[in-house]
Write a protein that binds this ligand. Structure first.
Ligand code: NOJ
Length: 581
């Protein structure tokens, strides 16, 4: 496997710093806590970490609104703590990616404070400022109307008026997250300086936040959706008929279409790639985007982009996965320098894997099956913290407990603008909020799930199911637990070259209740069978080889070590891996 880069053989684990481990007992995760858990992560078998933002931030978007790019949020620790963390991770063979938020800063970043102070300051053009096309001077701030009808994807209009400048600034996300003007070379220089700051400290690369939003349509073409953001979200909650759902999908696409993928991004990604390539150690760039185009020729822009299309379903059926793989791998293979896939089934923005892809009856079996899927598909997998113990979404129904401001904004819009009764609005806001999948890690069956001391108040409520076995300590002691299943599967993947570098070839392509595929190198062929139903079935794979196969792994106790390919008895929801000869 030595011709592969470290990130091609890696299994990543996303740490959400605020929720991972609280080392100082204040109810908020921190670097001290993360350092204490590195042994746990190493023993789990992951080989690389991605840290969601750890920078100082007013926390309007849980750290994705950065007020200082070259420091550490005081509640997480100091720069020295960060260095200790990085060094301790490296000492355990764990690579570390940081989150790189390029599109916007916090509105409390000194650059923005200076920029908004007037039209004639050195940073006046660092953000996207526009005049009103019809300045009436009669509004409360004398603002006239905004430059166009663009919406922020988080909280209403995308333009916010600043009386000091008599102008609007643009924000794709919250108004506390003004978009940087990347067409200004000084912005670029300042951001690249920051990138170097972390590369020089030794980080192994970056996950690039929301790159598609960096450049907008320079003509500011208005969208043609007859709704604003609140109206669109409301429609999303209430659409019932296929026609309504179709209209909704069209509206979502249409509403933001001019705010995404403007000209310039390829050049920018090339520049960033050249910059990281100056550093030794194959530093990595992973884009939060599913567009393979941002991998350039496969070797001159991003190394990886997430296969988000795989996640965009409520059920990971065999048919869905096959179609996804066929499309995805064909596109990656077509790049001049063949692209490497990158799969994930959950992160801090999406419902938890166990909740989302469960069927309400076999959620734990399905969670195992889906991990097996993620670790056997071709490409680098990304896991999300808490997935390994089967953490579930926690619906927060009291709006005063919501911390995701996108949801608190929605609650207010529902009640105040759309006349939705508060109880219903609370439920809908809780459902759309990302808090439900960001609750603190459950370490023990103890108050606050062992995340923080009993007397501390965790920053988000802890899911009470820590008392029902969803915690690390109890699962650690139980050989049959999900946690130990993760450990075994991770070990099997690392010990099986075909699973890491082998080609993917689907077999039994018409099967609707199970997924079967081969992973193949010149010297090893592995058959992967994932039974997506609770029914035992007898399967015949004798056309693949006349010789018996060797069992590599089964999620089922007692699977035979030697497998007769003509008569494979696969249990309900079993994941079975067989080496063929
Ligand atoms: C994508 C991040 O994953 C999400 O959490 C954040 O709110 C937006 N980008 C804005 O930075």
């Amino acid at each position: 496997m030595n011709k592969l880069k470290w990130w091609q053989t890696a299994v990543f684990y996303q740490i959400y710093p605020r929720s991972f481990a609280d080392g100082n007992g204040d109810g908020i995760g921190d670097f001290k806590g993360m350092i204490e858990k590195l042994d746990y992560l190493q023993a789990l078998g992951v080989t690389a970490l991605w840290l969601s933002p750890h920078y100082p931030s007013p926390m309007w978007d849980c750290g994705y609104d950065i007020s200082d790019y070259e420091a550490v949020a005081p509640e997480y620790g100091t720069l020295e703590d960060f260095d200790r963390f990085l060094q301790a991770a490296h000492a355990r063979g764990l690579h570390v990616l940081l989150d790189l938020v390029l599109n916007h800063t916090s509105d409390q970043h000194p650059w923005f404070l200076e920029s908004k102070s007037g039209r004639n300051n050195p940073k006046a053009d660092w953000y996207i400022w526009m005049d009103s096309p019809f300045p009436s001077g009669e509004g409360p701030g004398g603002e006239g109307v905004p430059p166009n009808n663009w919406q922020s994807c988080f909280d209403g209009p995308a333009w916010t008026y600043v009386p000091e400048r008599g102008q609007y600034y643009y924000h794709y996300f919250m108004k506390q997250q003004p978009d940087l003007n990347w067409r200004n070379p000084h912005v670029k220089a300042a951001m690249w300086k920051m990138v170097r700051f972390w590369l020089e400290r030794g980080v192994d690369g970056f996950r690039l936040d929301a790159i598609g939003t960096i450049y907008e349509d320079p003509a500011l073409t208005p969208h043609r959706v007859p709704l604003d953001l609140a109206g669109l979200r409301h429609l999303a909650d209430t659409a019932q008929t296929p026609a309504e759902k179709k209209r909704l999908a069209r509206y979502w696409q249409e509403m933001f279409r001019y705010q995404w993928g403007g000209p310039g991004l390829h050049d920018l990604m090339k520049e960033l790639r050249a910059l990281v390539d100056e550093y030794p150690g194959d530093r990595l760039l992973v884009g939060e985007d599913d567009n393979i185009d941002y991998m350039g020729n496969g070797d001159d822009e991003l190394h990886l982009v997430f296969n988000f299309p795989l996640m965009r379903t409520e059920r990971l059926t065999p048919g869905w996965v096959r179609k996804n793989q066929a499309e995805r791998l064909a596109r990656l293979d077509a790049l001049p320098t063949r692209g490497w896939p990158c799969n994930t089934l959950g992160n801090h923005d999406s419902p938890r894997l166990r909740t989302r892809y469960g069927d309400g009856l076999h959620d734990l079996q399905l969670a195992r099956l889906h991990l097996a899927l993620l670790l056997t598909l071709r490409g680098t997998p990304f896991l999300y913290n808490g997935e390994e113990i089967g953490m579930t979404d926690l619906l927060i129904t009291d709006p005063s407990n919501l911390r995701d401001t996108m949801a608190t904004w929605y609650y207010r819009a529902l009640v105040e603008d759309l006349g939705v009764p508060p109880a219903e609005a609370a439920l809908r806001a809780g459902r759309m909020s990302r808090d439900k999948n960001r609750t603190p890690m459950q370490w023990r069956n103890a108050p606050n799930g062992g995340f923080c001391p009993p007397e501390a108040t965790p920053w988000l409520p802890v899911n009470p199911n820590y008392a029902e076995g969803v915690n690390v300590e109890e699962q650690d002691a139980d050989p049959a637990s999900l946690l130990n299943f993760y450990r075994r599967m991770l070990a099997v993947r690392q010990a099986t070259p075909a699973l890491v570098e082998g080609e993917y070839r689907p077999v039994h392509e018409r099967a609707r209740t199970y997924l079967a595929f081969l992973r193949q190198t010149a010297s090893q062929t592995v058959l992967v069978i994932l039974n997506d139903s609770n029914r035992r079935r007898r399967l015949d794979f004798s056309s693949l080889s006349p010789r018996p196969g060797r069992l590599i792994f089964s999620s089922q106790e007692g699977a035979p070590a030697t497998c007769d390919l003509g008569r494979l008895d696969i249990a309900g929801f079993e994941a079975r891996l067989i080496e063929l000869f």
